[in-house]
Design a protein around this ligand. Structure first.
Ligand SMILES: [Zn+2]
Length: 504
């Protein structure tokens, strides 16, 4: 089983902010889940560098060597993802030679198919979107995303015969009910394809930066027709056909809701033209505000995820973002809410449960904790099996907050079991029953560490270390079975979630 997941490639005219980190954490969580389930995972992210916006940013900052500026910026993004513990398998840059080769190969195929023609284009162009807008897209004459007046452009360029694929796209969406996620977006896309999906101009005349059109080097390939192909070139298209065959089609493209149209209409039309399989699923995440306000440069309220993680820890930030904002919806980022959830759900919930169990286990004299033929053992195993189903289903259906809820339910179940059995009292009276009870609790903690791993990998490792178990690497599917690993010796160590330091 292979699993290929991508993030959008990001514009690099700025530093990564919390919104980029959110999308990348989401993809990383899926990647870790599928690795744990034993899949051959390829997780790709990268940077979109052939954009006029980047060139403008370079000039503004006084760089005459554009590529040098892009190298610096891209390195900053790669460093940020490393610091945030992102487990991408590769990082694609659209100024790389391997990408250029793939784009040229792709373009030639589409051209040979007869899907490229020359024409005159006149339209309203938003440089922020790097796209032509229709009158009906505008709000008060402005681009709704960038609040900028689009420019009226007329030029000779090359068109992709997208309209030819309209019927095939609609049929594909009809037959593959989970192609577009969340499903609430499907109608919007279907209407867009029916009413507005027309041939699209895919080259630009007066642009200096970008990949030249293989059939006319006076023109540069339109940035979307170049950028989308990163999903192919990042896994070998045009430079390693074996690698490409191993991972294509993508199992999941994670995108922002502002670019879902490109991913659910233009992109599959391009792939159909090139004779390639379509991605299995495209998921659009929502946007969020910061403390109730839109993220904007002028407000200076963009949050640096690396700094935020330095304060609270990577896992806490991952947990908060995925817990607070149901995947696909919009939400608000608030540091106070983060602190609240830290106290009430992590310190008091997971952290407290962990230290309770380990404190008791340290007190009893057992060196091996194993299964006993008692009804409680089967009851606990059944409860975990049910929760595992909910946890897995959350990933399969792209509702990760339900997977997180399954973890909370697991801990709540275990807490009730502690309250019911009172192992601290058993330790004084009946050591054998105490060991059996604690043995079940330790197994529940081990199960929790596995459920947690995709969301909070470092916390999962810290729990496993306390249980005397190895870190999670490679195929963990067998580990998910009840009692799959033997717990020998436990150590309580320091609290997983110590009280937060008061803010200076
Ligand atoms: Zn725009």
């Amino acid at each position: 089983m292979k699993y290929y997941i991508t993030t959008p490639i990001y514009y690099i005219n700025d530093k990564p902010h919390i919104g980029h980190a959110y999308a990348t954490f989401v993809a990383d969580t899926f990647a870790r889940y599928h690795r744990l389930k034993g899949a051959d995972v390829f997780f790709l992210t990268g940077t979109d560098e052939n954009s006029t916006k980047n060139v403008e940013a370079a000039r503004e900052k006084g760089y005459s060597d554009i590529q040098h500026y892009l190298d610096m910026q891209s390195a900053e993004w790669q460093t940020a993802w490393k610091e945030l513990g992102i487990t991408n398998n590769d990082f694609i840059r659209t100024t790389e030679e391997r990408h250029k080769q793939g784009v040229e190969q792709f373009f030639r195929l589409v051209h040979e198919k007869g899907d490229i023609y020359k024409g005159t284009y006149q339209g309203l162009y938003c440089t922020g979107c790097e796209a032509f807008l229709r009158e009906s897209d505008l709000a008060d004459g402005l681009c709704p995303f960038h609040k900028k007046k689009p420019e009226l452009i007329e030029e000779q360029n090359y068109f992709f015969r997208a309209s030819k694929y309209r019927a095939a796209l609609l049929e594909h969406i009809e037959k593959n009910s989970d192609f577009i996620q969340p499903v609430s977006r499907r109608n919007e896309i279907v209407n867009y394809i029916k009413d507005h999906f027309e041939d699209i101009s895919i080259s630009r005349e007066k642009i200096e930066w970008g990949i030249r059109l293989p059939i006319d080097d006076s023109q540069v390939i339109y940035v979307w027709f170049d950028a989308l192909i990163n999903y192919l070139t990042g896994i070998g298209y045009g430079w390693d056909e074996k690698l490409f065959a191993r991972y294509w089609p993508a199992d999941l493209h994670i995108v922002g809701k502002d670019i879902i149209k490109f991913h659910c209409a233009l992109w599959p039309a391009m792939l159909l033209s090139a004779g390639l399989q379509l991605p299995r699923r495209v998921f659009a995440h929502g946007f969020f505000t910061i403390e109730g306000q839109k993220v904007s440069k002028s407000l200076g309220n963009a949050i640096d995820p690396v700094q935020l993680c330095a304060i609270y820890g990577i896992d806490v930030v991952r947990y908060f973002l995925l817990r607070e904002i149901p995947l696909g919806g919009d939400g608000d980022f608030s540091e106070l809410r983060l602190q609240d959830r830290y106290e009430s759900e992590l310190a008091k919930g997971l952290g407290n449960f962990t230290s309770r169990v380990l404190t008791l286990a340290e007190k009893c004299e057992a060196t091996v904790f194993e299964a006993a033929a008692i009804p409680a053992e089967q009851e606990a195993a059944r409860a975990v099996a049910d929760l595992r189903y909910a946890w897995e289903n959350g990933f399969e259906q792209c509702v990760l907050h339900e997977s997180l809820a399954a973890i909370h339910d697991l801990i709540a179940w275990a807490d009730r079991y502690i309250d019911k059995t009172k192992p601290w009292a058993l330790l004084k009276e009946d050591n054998k029953t105490a060991v059996q009870t604690l043995s079940i609790l330790l197994e529940l903690l081990r199960q929790a560490s596995l459920f947690l791993y995709p969301f909070m990998p470092h916390t999962a490792a810290a729990i496993r270390e306390r249980l005397g178990l190895s870190g999670i690497a490679g195929d963990g599917v067998a580990w998910l079975q009840w009692r799959a690993e033997r717990i020998h010796s436990v150590s309580k160590k320091e609290n997983l979630f110590p009280p937060l330091a008061p803010k200076p």
